[in-house]
Unconditional design. Structure first.
Length: 123
């Protein structure tokens, strides 16, 4: 495994752990300023919308796991195909389980790998 592949392999659990802990600052720090998220049934959105949606989920318990299925580094760009399992439990309600794939494009900026584009097919 190359240093770049190792760094990306480390980024994924860092994202998951920060999401589970509600550490929005860490999650936002793992993405480029021009990040674009694509999810079914919605217009693509960026970092500001991600931040607002995350703040609206305050108080929800999140458990998530990612299984990297494919990773390819091409210079300062890389892509990553993941299978994600996710359980979200709103306060006072039962858990909601979701699973599916993501295709993520990462970009190396100032020596750090950051999420730049993400197509999330988790349903």
């Amino acid at each position: 495994m190359t240093d770049d592949e190792r760094a990306i392999h480390d980024l994924v659990p860092t994202w998951m752990q920060a999401s589970q802990a509600g550490d929005l600052d860490t999650v936002l720090g793992l993405m480029t300023d021009d990040v674009v998220f694509m999810v079914p049934g919605r217009e693509p959105f960026g970092k500001a919308v991600f931040r607002a949606q995350s703040k609206a989920m305050k108080g929800m318990r999140i458990e998530c796991k990612a299984d990297i299925r494919e990773l390819k580094v091409l210079g300062d760009i890389a892509y990553l195909r993941n299978h994600i399992t996710l359980t979200i439990t709103p306060p006072g309600k039962g858990p909601m389980h979701r699973a599916g794939y993501t295709l993520t494009v990462l970009r190396k900026e100032k020596g750090r790998w950051l999420l730049a584009r993400d197509a999330n097919l988790v349903n």
